[in-house]
Design a protein around this ligand. Structure first.
Ligand code: PEP
Ligand code: MG
Length: 328
């Protein structure tokens, strides 16, 4: 079984009828790239930049950030499509960052975090955006904003990106002028206003870890309510569906970078709903490629239609399990 999976690491992600998908890795730094590539990652759908900002006394400089982002971009340029989605800082009151003035909050997950913080701490944000832009001269870098709740925040973030571009232009630095810009769909309001967001971005990436937490009002880290935390809840599936419909209307691609994307049970459903890229912990990639190779687009589509008609997570799971038994 292990050998079977090792052979799948090296194959392209594709359904049994040939339709291509992208199996991508979530990474926390450039140093994760080698393992991801070894596991068969075809891109990185999420570079979480938080790690770089934690456990230190001052914010990383533009130069430090640039070096790491450039190395990640260069590492993935060996594969196809080889894109690296760099997510801007997603940090808030649940983490201690001494050099950022983050107040202690009652509800840090509903508070001052991620894009909300970056839009206020302008120097911090511009520095990161310049570093990301400079890395885009060395590979297929895409920039992604986290925790977007509506089009206003997106437009404000895009204006900052324009400002960072202008600063680099004045300095005579190279960057990809057509850099792809995306948003995470991880707040229900973003999924529900996806038609408006889709007009303003080049791609969506669905973050199920937070989308489930905010849709079901279940803290993603609280053991006591863990049994209610379920990405197969019909409400979550409907929000994913709405996101995909809005994206299809504007012809922009949709990826998923939450943990659901690496769940073999979910994979045929996600392919059937129309996801194009699945980004996950690198170790899951061989198995996800294997699962994709066992099913056709038509079968997945029928499965997705059936799952979207279910009334409960249990019913969805049963459909997915039955499907898995007959397709492997
Ligand atoms: C998510 O919310 O699904 C996600 C991918 O981001 P994070 O887990 O970093 O919040
Ligand atoms: Mg998130």
């Amino acid at each position: 079984r292990r050998e079977l999976l090792t052979t799948y690491a090296g194959k392209p992600a594709a359904l049994a009828n040939g339709r291509r998908m992208i199996a991508a890795a979530n990474i926390g730094s450039d140093t994760d790239a080698a393992f991801a590539l070894q596991q068969g990652a075809e891109a990185s759908g999420l570079l979480r930049t938080e790690q770089l900002f934690l456990s230190r006394g001052t914010a990383p400089t533009e130069e430090e950030q640039f070096t790491i982002y450039r190395r990640a971009a260069e590492a993935f340029s060996k594969v196809s499509p080889g894109s690296v989605v760099i997510r801007t800082l997603d940090i808030g009151g649940d983490k201690a960052v001494p050099y950022l003035s983050i107040p202690k909050e009652q509800n840090p997950f509903l508070g001052y975090r991620a894009i909300r913080l970056c839009l206020e701490q302008k120097e911090l944000f511009l520095t990161q955006l310049r570093a990301i832009l400079r890395a885009s001269a060395f590979g297929k870098v895409q920039v992604m904003f986290p925790m977007i709740s509506g089009v206003g925040e997106l437009l404000a973030a895009k204006a900052m990106l324009q400002e960072a571009k202008a600063q680099l232009h004045d300095r005579g630095e190279a960057y990809d002028q057509q850099i792809s810009v995306g948003v995470m769909i991880e707040i229900p309001s973003a999924a529900l206003t996806a038609p408006a967001l889709a007009k303003e971005v080049d791609f969506f990436s669905i973050g199920t870890n937070d989308l489930v937490q905010y849709t079901l009002a279940v803290d993603r880290g609280n053991e006591k309510v863990a049994s209610l935390y379920d990405y197969f809840h019909p409400a979550v599936l409907q929000l994913i569906h709405l996101t995909l419909q809005a994206a299809q209307t504007r012809r922009i691609p949709v990826g998923m970078c939450g943990n659901m994307a690496g769940d073999p049970l979910a994979v045929p459903l996600l392919a059937g709903m129309g996801l194009q890229e699945l980004s996950m912990a690198a170790g899951s990639i061989p198995q996800v490629k294997y699962v994709l190779s066992c099913v056709t687009a038509q079968e997945c589509h029928a499965l997705a239609e059936a799952a979207l008609r279910c009334d409960s997570p249990q019913e969805v799971r049963k459909k997915l399990r039955d499907f898995a038994h007959t397709h492997r």
